[in-house]
Design a protein around this ligand. Structure first.
Ligand SMILES: [Zn+2]
Length: 404
Protein backbone atom coordinates (compact mmCIF):
# COMPACT_ATOMS: atom_id res chain seq x y z
CA UNK A 1 0.00 0.00 0.00
CA UNK A 2 1.33 3.36 -0.93
CA UNK A 3 0.05 6.21 1.18
CA UNK A 4 1.73 9.58 1.02
CA UNK A 5 5.29 9.41 2.34
CA UNK A 6 4.67 12.11 4.94
CA UNK A 7 2.90 9.64 7.24
CA UNK A 8 5.28 6.86 8.19
CA UNK A 9 3.99 3.37 8.89
CA UNK A 10 5.18 3.41 12.51
CA UNK A 11 3.18 6.49 13.41
CA UNK A 12 0.10 5.75 11.31
CA UNK A 13 -1.76 3.89 14.04
CA UNK A 14 -1.15 6.65 16.59
CA UNK A 15 -2.02 9.35 14.07
CA UNK A 16 -5.32 7.74 13.08
CA UNK A 17 -6.22 7.08 16.70
CA UNK A 18 -5.50 10.71 17.60
CA UNK A 19 -7.62 11.95 14.67
CA UNK A 20 -10.55 9.83 15.83
CA UNK A 21 -10.10 11.12 19.40
CA UNK A 22 -9.94 14.76 18.36
CA UNK A 23 -12.82 14.48 15.87
CA UNK A 24 -15.20 12.83 18.33
CA UNK A 25 -16.86 10.98 15.44
CA UNK A 26 -15.47 10.49 11.97
CA UNK A 27 -16.01 8.14 9.02
CA UNK A 28 -13.32 6.15 7.22
CA UNK A 29 -13.72 8.51 4.28
CA UNK A 30 -13.20 11.41 6.66
CA UNK A 31 -9.94 9.78 7.81
CA UNK A 32 -8.82 9.32 4.20
CA UNK A 33 -9.51 13.00 3.50
CA UNK A 34 -7.75 14.16 6.67
CA UNK A 35 -4.61 12.02 6.33
CA UNK A 36 -4.13 11.63 2.57
CA UNK A 37 -3.70 7.88 3.18
CA UNK A 38 -5.39 5.37 0.86
CA UNK A 39 -8.73 3.83 1.72
CA UNK A 40 -7.00 0.45 2.00
CA UNK A 41 -4.50 1.68 4.57
CA UNK A 42 -7.19 3.38 6.64
CA UNK A 43 -9.31 0.26 6.48
CA UNK A 44 -6.45 -1.93 7.77
CA UNK A 45 -5.48 0.47 10.57
CA UNK A 46 -9.09 0.94 11.69
CA UNK A 47 -9.67 -2.83 11.75
CA UNK A 48 -6.64 -3.20 14.01
CA UNK A 49 -7.88 -0.47 16.37
CA UNK A 50 -11.32 -2.10 16.54
CA UNK A 51 -9.71 -5.49 17.30
CA UNK A 52 -7.72 -3.87 20.13
CA UNK A 53 -10.97 -2.49 21.52
CA UNK A 54 -9.74 1.11 21.24
CA UNK A 55 -12.21 2.21 18.55
CA UNK A 56 -15.87 1.34 18.05
CA UNK A 57 -18.22 1.70 15.12
CA UNK A 58 -21.21 3.81 15.98
CA UNK A 59 -24.28 4.97 14.10
CA UNK A 60 -24.36 6.39 10.61
CA UNK A 61 -24.14 9.77 9.00
CA UNK A 62 -25.72 10.80 5.71
CA UNK A 63 -23.02 11.51 3.16
CA UNK A 64 -23.61 14.08 0.45
CA UNK A 65 -24.32 11.34 -2.10
CA UNK A 66 -27.11 9.94 0.06
CA UNK A 67 -25.06 6.86 0.96
CA UNK A 68 -24.86 6.16 4.69
CA UNK A 69 -21.42 6.07 6.28
CA UNK A 70 -20.44 4.12 9.37
CA UNK A 71 -18.98 6.49 11.93
CA UNK A 72 -16.04 5.66 14.20
CA UNK A 73 -15.37 6.89 17.70
CA UNK A 74 -12.94 6.27 20.51
CA UNK A 75 -14.02 3.52 22.89
CA UNK A 76 -13.64 5.77 25.92
CA UNK A 77 -13.77 2.99 28.48
CA UNK A 78 -11.20 0.72 26.79
CA UNK A 79 -8.26 2.15 28.75
CA UNK A 80 -7.64 4.42 31.72
CA UNK A 81 -4.86 6.60 33.11
CA UNK A 82 -3.98 7.76 36.62
CA UNK A 83 -2.98 11.41 37.14
CA UNK A 84 -1.30 12.59 40.35
CA UNK A 85 -0.49 16.17 41.36
CA UNK A 86 2.02 16.11 44.20
CA UNK A 87 2.15 19.20 46.37
CA UNK A 88 3.44 19.98 49.87
CA UNK A 89 -0.07 20.81 51.02
CA UNK A 90 -2.18 18.31 49.06
CA UNK A 91 -1.99 15.32 46.73
CA UNK A 92 -4.72 15.16 44.10
CA UNK A 93 -5.45 11.88 42.30
CA UNK A 94 -7.68 11.38 39.26
CA UNK A 95 -8.55 8.37 37.14
CA UNK A 96 -9.51 9.33 33.59
CA UNK A 97 -10.82 7.30 30.71
CA UNK A 98 -9.22 7.18 27.28
CA UNK A 99 -10.97 10.39 26.27
CA UNK A 100 -9.53 12.24 29.28
CA UNK A 101 -12.82 12.43 31.22
CA UNK A 102 -12.45 12.09 34.99
CA UNK A 103 -14.13 8.94 36.33
CA UNK A 104 -12.76 9.13 39.90
CA UNK A 105 -11.05 11.79 41.96
CA UNK A 106 -9.63 11.85 45.49
CA UNK A 107 -7.63 14.41 47.41
CA UNK A 108 -5.36 13.56 50.34
CA UNK A 109 -2.83 15.21 52.65
CA UNK A 110 0.27 16.58 50.94
CA UNK A 111 3.81 15.24 51.09
CA UNK A 112 4.67 17.64 53.95
CA UNK A 113 7.88 16.88 55.88
CA UNK A 114 7.50 13.07 55.70
CA UNK A 115 10.31 10.80 54.46
CA UNK A 116 9.99 10.08 50.71
CA UNK A 117 9.76 6.31 51.32
CA UNK A 118 6.78 6.81 53.64
CA UNK A 119 5.07 9.15 51.16
CA UNK A 120 5.59 6.65 48.30
CA UNK A 121 4.10 3.84 50.39
CA UNK A 122 1.07 5.90 51.32
CA UNK A 123 0.59 7.08 47.72
CA UNK A 124 0.64 3.52 46.38
CA UNK A 125 -2.21 2.68 48.76
CA UNK A 126 -4.13 5.79 47.71
CA UNK A 127 -3.69 4.92 44.01
CA UNK A 128 -5.07 1.42 44.76
CA UNK A 129 -8.06 2.99 46.54
CA UNK A 130 -8.68 5.28 43.55
CA UNK A 131 -8.64 2.38 41.08
CA UNK A 132 -10.70 0.09 43.35
CA UNK A 133 -13.37 2.79 43.76
CA UNK A 134 -14.26 2.35 40.08
CA UNK A 135 -13.54 -1.39 39.84
CA UNK A 136 -11.36 -1.06 36.74
CA UNK A 137 -9.09 -4.03 35.94
CA UNK A 138 -5.44 -3.16 36.49
CA UNK A 139 -4.40 -4.23 32.97
CA UNK A 140 -6.63 -1.55 31.48
CA UNK A 141 -4.58 1.19 33.11
CA UNK A 142 -1.96 2.59 30.77
CA UNK A 143 0.17 4.28 33.39
CA UNK A 144 0.52 7.01 36.00
CA UNK A 145 1.38 10.65 35.31
CA UNK A 146 3.11 12.36 38.25
CA UNK A 147 3.42 16.15 38.19
CA UNK A 148 4.82 18.71 40.61
CA UNK A 149 6.32 22.19 40.52
CA UNK A 150 9.89 20.88 40.13
CA UNK A 151 9.94 17.65 38.11
CA UNK A 152 13.76 17.07 38.09
CA UNK A 153 13.59 16.52 41.86
CA UNK A 154 10.94 13.90 41.17
CA UNK A 155 13.02 11.41 39.17
CA UNK A 156 13.93 9.11 42.08
CA UNK A 157 10.55 9.55 43.66
CA UNK A 158 8.85 8.59 40.40
CA UNK A 159 10.98 5.45 40.07
CA UNK A 160 10.04 4.40 43.60
CA UNK A 161 6.37 5.02 42.89
CA UNK A 162 6.65 2.95 39.71
CA UNK A 163 8.01 0.01 41.74
CA UNK A 164 5.35 0.43 44.43
CA UNK A 165 2.36 0.64 42.09
CA UNK A 166 3.55 -1.53 39.21
CA UNK A 167 2.36 1.19 36.81
CA UNK A 168 4.67 2.94 34.32
CA UNK A 169 5.26 6.50 35.60
CA UNK A 170 5.79 9.63 33.48
CA UNK A 171 6.86 12.98 35.00
CA UNK A 172 6.21 16.61 34.12
CA UNK A 173 5.74 20.01 35.73
CA UNK A 174 2.32 21.10 36.96
CA UNK A 175 1.86 24.10 34.63
CA UNK A 176 2.71 22.11 31.48
CA UNK A 177 0.43 19.31 32.65
CA UNK A 178 -2.42 21.79 33.11
CA UNK A 179 -1.94 23.01 29.52
CA UNK A 180 -1.93 19.45 28.15
CA UNK A 181 -5.09 18.70 30.12
CA UNK A 182 -6.89 21.67 28.56
CA UNK A 183 -5.66 20.65 25.12
CA UNK A 184 -6.59 16.99 25.50
CA UNK A 185 -10.05 17.64 26.89
CA UNK A 186 -10.86 19.78 23.85
CA UNK A 187 -11.26 23.01 25.79
CA UNK A 188 -9.11 24.74 23.17
CA UNK A 189 -8.78 24.01 19.44
CA UNK A 190 -6.59 21.08 18.38
CA UNK A 191 -4.10 23.33 16.56
CA UNK A 192 -4.28 26.30 18.92
CA UNK A 193 -1.40 28.40 20.15
CA UNK A 194 -2.32 28.97 23.76
CA UNK A 195 -1.01 29.15 27.31
CA UNK A 196 -2.40 27.79 30.54
CA UNK A 197 -1.54 30.38 33.17
CA UNK A 198 -1.11 28.35 36.34
CA UNK A 199 -1.36 29.87 39.81
CA UNK A 200 -0.77 27.64 42.81
CA UNK A 201 1.50 29.11 45.47
CA UNK A 202 3.68 30.33 42.58
CA UNK A 203 2.96 31.38 39.01
CA UNK A 204 3.89 29.51 35.85
CA UNK A 205 2.59 28.88 32.36
CA UNK A 206 2.26 25.79 30.20
CA UNK A 207 2.70 26.63 26.53
CA UNK A 208 1.21 24.85 23.51
CA UNK A 209 2.33 26.16 20.11
CA UNK A 210 0.23 25.16 17.10
CA UNK A 211 -1.07 22.12 18.96
CA UNK A 212 2.37 20.96 20.19
CA UNK A 213 3.53 21.26 23.80
CA UNK A 214 6.61 23.45 24.18
CA UNK A 215 8.68 22.49 27.23
CA UNK A 216 12.06 23.92 26.33
CA UNK A 217 15.37 22.02 26.70
CA UNK A 218 15.28 22.09 30.52
CA UNK A 219 11.52 21.82 30.87
CA UNK A 220 11.21 25.38 32.15
CA UNK A 221 9.48 27.14 29.25
CA UNK A 222 6.72 29.46 30.45
CA UNK A 223 8.31 30.63 33.72
CA UNK A 224 6.16 33.76 33.67
CA UNK A 225 6.52 34.15 37.45
CA UNK A 226 10.04 35.46 36.84
CA UNK A 227 9.06 38.18 34.38
CA UNK A 228 10.62 41.41 35.67
CA UNK A 229 8.00 44.07 36.35
CA UNK A 230 10.19 46.43 38.44
CA UNK A 231 13.92 46.90 37.80
CA UNK A 232 14.49 48.12 41.35
CA UNK A 233 11.98 45.78 42.94
CA UNK A 234 12.49 43.29 45.78
CA UNK A 235 15.01 40.45 45.48
CA UNK A 236 13.54 37.22 44.11
CA UNK A 237 14.86 33.76 45.13
CA UNK A 238 15.74 33.25 41.43
CA UNK A 239 18.50 35.88 41.78
CA UNK A 240 16.79 38.68 39.86
CA UNK A 241 14.81 41.65 41.14
CA UNK A 242 11.20 42.68 40.79
CA UNK A 243 9.83 39.39 39.44
CA UNK A 244 6.05 39.00 39.07
CA UNK A 245 6.03 36.29 41.74
CA UNK A 246 7.68 38.37 44.50
CA UNK A 247 5.64 41.45 43.61
CA UNK A 248 2.22 39.93 43.18
CA UNK A 249 2.15 36.12 43.51
CA UNK A 250 -0.04 34.43 46.16
CA UNK A 251 2.88 34.53 48.63
CA UNK A 252 3.16 38.31 48.24
CA UNK A 253 -0.61 38.78 48.58
CA UNK A 254 -0.64 36.68 51.76
CA UNK A 255 2.36 38.53 53.24
CA UNK A 256 0.62 41.88 52.71
CA UNK A 257 -2.63 40.57 54.21
CA UNK A 258 -0.82 39.20 57.27
CA UNK A 259 0.77 42.60 57.84
CA UNK A 260 -2.71 44.16 57.94
CA UNK A 261 -4.13 43.33 61.38
CA UNK A 262 -7.71 44.27 60.53
CA UNK A 263 -7.69 42.18 57.39
CA UNK A 264 -5.97 39.25 59.13
CA UNK A 265 -8.74 39.23 61.72
CA UNK A 266 -11.57 39.70 59.21
CA UNK A 267 -10.26 36.96 56.93
CA UNK A 268 -9.33 34.60 59.80
CA UNK A 269 -5.86 33.98 58.39
CA UNK A 270 -4.48 30.68 59.61
CA UNK A 271 -0.86 31.55 58.83
CA UNK A 272 -0.73 34.20 61.53
CA UNK A 273 2.83 34.83 62.62
CA UNK A 274 4.21 31.38 61.86
CA UNK A 275 7.01 31.41 59.32
CA UNK A 276 8.54 28.72 57.16
CA UNK A 277 5.71 26.22 56.87
CA UNK A 278 2.89 28.75 56.97
CA UNK A 279 0.22 27.57 54.56
CA UNK A 280 0.15 30.22 51.85
CA UNK A 281 -2.53 28.35 49.91
CA UNK A 282 -4.91 28.25 52.88
CA UNK A 283 -4.45 31.96 53.65
CA UNK A 284 -4.79 32.93 49.98
CA UNK A 285 -8.11 31.06 49.89
CA UNK A 286 -9.20 32.84 53.08
CA UNK A 287 -8.37 36.25 51.53
CA UNK A 288 -10.37 35.28 48.42
CA UNK A 289 -13.36 34.33 50.53
CA UNK A 290 -13.14 37.64 52.39
CA UNK A 291 -13.10 39.48 49.04
CA UNK A 292 -16.20 37.59 47.90
CA UNK A 293 -17.93 38.56 51.16
CA UNK A 294 -17.29 42.18 50.24
CA UNK A 295 -14.16 42.95 52.30
CA UNK A 296 -12.74 45.94 50.39
CA UNK A 297 -9.15 45.51 51.65
CA UNK A 298 -9.03 41.88 50.56
CA UNK A 299 -10.50 42.78 47.18
CA UNK A 300 -7.99 45.63 46.69
CA UNK A 301 -5.06 43.28 47.43
CA UNK A 302 -6.27 40.71 44.90
CA UNK A 303 -7.03 43.33 42.25
CA UNK A 304 -3.57 44.81 42.63
CA UNK A 305 -2.08 41.33 42.15
CA UNK A 306 -4.34 40.77 39.13
CA UNK A 307 -3.05 43.95 37.43
CA UNK A 308 0.56 42.72 37.70
CA UNK A 309 -0.40 39.23 36.48
CA UNK A 310 -2.31 40.80 33.57
CA UNK A 311 0.66 42.92 32.45
CA UNK A 312 2.99 39.88 32.48
CA UNK A 313 0.36 37.81 30.66
CA UNK A 314 0.10 40.51 27.99
CA UNK A 315 3.86 40.24 27.38
CA UNK A 316 3.55 36.46 27.08
CA UNK A 317 0.67 36.88 24.62
CA UNK A 318 2.65 39.36 22.52
CA UNK A 319 5.83 37.26 22.48
CA UNK A 320 4.05 34.01 21.55
CA UNK A 321 1.13 35.43 19.52
CA UNK A 322 -1.32 33.59 21.77
CA UNK A 323 -4.89 32.93 20.67
CA UNK A 324 -6.20 31.74 24.04
CA UNK A 325 -5.16 32.12 27.68
CA UNK A 326 -6.67 29.68 30.18
CA UNK A 327 -6.48 30.54 33.89
CA UNK A 328 -5.99 27.43 35.97
CA UNK A 329 -4.55 26.01 39.19
CA UNK A 330 -5.81 26.05 42.79
CA UNK A 331 -5.32 29.80 43.35
CA UNK A 332 -7.38 30.70 40.25
CA UNK A 333 -9.95 28.13 41.43
CA UNK A 334 -10.54 30.28 44.53
CA UNK A 335 -9.85 33.80 43.18
CA UNK A 336 -10.60 33.46 39.45
CA UNK A 337 -13.66 35.70 39.67
CA UNK A 338 -11.42 38.63 40.69
CA UNK A 339 -8.57 37.94 38.23
CA UNK A 340 -10.63 37.04 35.15
CA UNK A 341 -12.17 40.49 34.44
CA UNK A 342 -8.81 42.25 35.03
CA UNK A 343 -6.97 39.89 32.66
CA UNK A 344 -9.74 40.14 30.08
CA UNK A 345 -9.61 43.92 30.11
CA UNK A 346 -5.83 43.84 29.60
CA UNK A 347 -5.70 41.13 26.92
CA UNK A 348 -8.75 42.02 24.92
CA UNK A 349 -7.54 45.54 24.30
CA UNK A 350 -3.82 46.13 24.54
CA UNK A 351 -2.19 43.27 22.65
CA UNK A 352 -0.34 43.92 19.40
CA UNK A 353 -1.73 41.34 16.98
CA UNK A 354 -5.31 40.55 17.99
CA UNK A 355 -7.45 40.24 21.11
CA UNK A 356 -6.66 37.15 23.19
CA UNK A 357 -9.54 35.07 24.48
CA UNK A 358 -9.17 34.68 28.27
CA UNK A 359 -11.13 32.02 30.12
CA UNK A 360 -11.21 30.31 33.48
CA UNK A 361 -10.67 26.54 33.43
CA UNK A 362 -13.82 24.68 34.52
CA UNK A 363 -11.56 22.32 36.50
CA UNK A 364 -8.93 24.75 37.80
CA UNK A 365 -8.48 22.99 41.17
CA UNK A 366 -7.54 19.60 39.68
CA UNK A 367 -6.26 20.70 36.25
CA UNK A 368 -2.71 19.46 36.86
CA UNK A 369 -3.81 15.99 37.96
CA UNK A 370 -6.12 15.72 34.93
CA UNK A 371 -3.25 16.89 32.72
CA UNK A 372 -0.94 14.31 34.32
CA UNK A 373 -3.35 11.59 33.20
CA UNK A 374 -3.56 13.20 29.75
CA UNK A 375 0.24 12.97 29.44
CA UNK A 376 -0.03 9.20 29.92
CA UNK A 377 -2.77 9.00 27.28
CA UNK A 378 -0.78 11.22 24.94
CA UNK A 379 2.33 9.07 25.32
CA UNK A 380 0.27 6.05 24.32
CA UNK A 381 -1.77 7.61 21.55
CA UNK A 382 0.69 10.13 20.19
CA UNK A 383 4.14 8.66 20.90
CA UNK A 384 6.99 11.15 21.12
CA UNK A 385 4.61 13.92 20.17
CA UNK A 386 4.73 13.05 16.51
CA UNK A 387 1.22 14.28 16.58
CA UNK A 388 -0.82 14.31 13.44
CA UNK A 389 -3.22 17.00 14.40
CA UNK A 390 -6.70 17.46 13.20
CA UNK A 391 -7.56 20.34 10.88
CA UNK A 392 -9.98 22.66 12.69
CA UNK A 393 -12.72 21.75 10.22
CA UNK A 394 -12.64 18.21 8.87
CA UNK A 395 -15.30 18.99 6.31
CA UNK A 396 -13.18 21.64 4.64
CA UNK A 397 -11.43 20.70 1.41
CA UNK A 398 -8.14 22.21 2.53
CA UNK A 399 -4.97 20.15 2.74
CA UNK A 400 -4.54 18.41 6.10
CA UNK A 401 -2.40 20.04 8.75
CA UNK A 402 0.57 17.98 9.90
CA UNK A 403 2.41 19.04 13.01
CA UNK A 404 5.45 17.26 14.29
ZN1 LIG B 1 12.46 35.61 40.00
Amino acid sequence: MSGPARVTHASTRAAVLDLIRAAGMISRVGLVNATGLTGGTISTVVRGLIDEGLVAETGHAESTGGKRRVMLQLNHFARYAVGVHLDDARITYVLTNLGGAVVARISRAGSGPDEPAAVVGRMAGEVDALIDSVGVERDRILGLGLVAARPPALAEFGAALERATGLPVVLDNDATAAAIGEHWSGGVGATSTFAALYMGTGLGAGVVLGGTTHRGPSGHAGEIGHTCLDLDGPQCPCGARGCLEVLAGPGAVVARARADRALSRAAGLVGGRTRAAAPVAADFAAISRAARRGNARALALLERSARYVAVAARSLANVLDLEVLVLTGPSFAVAGSVYLPVLRAELEGAVIAHPVSVRLSPSAASASAIGAAAIVLQSELVPRQQALRLPEDLAADEPPVFVR
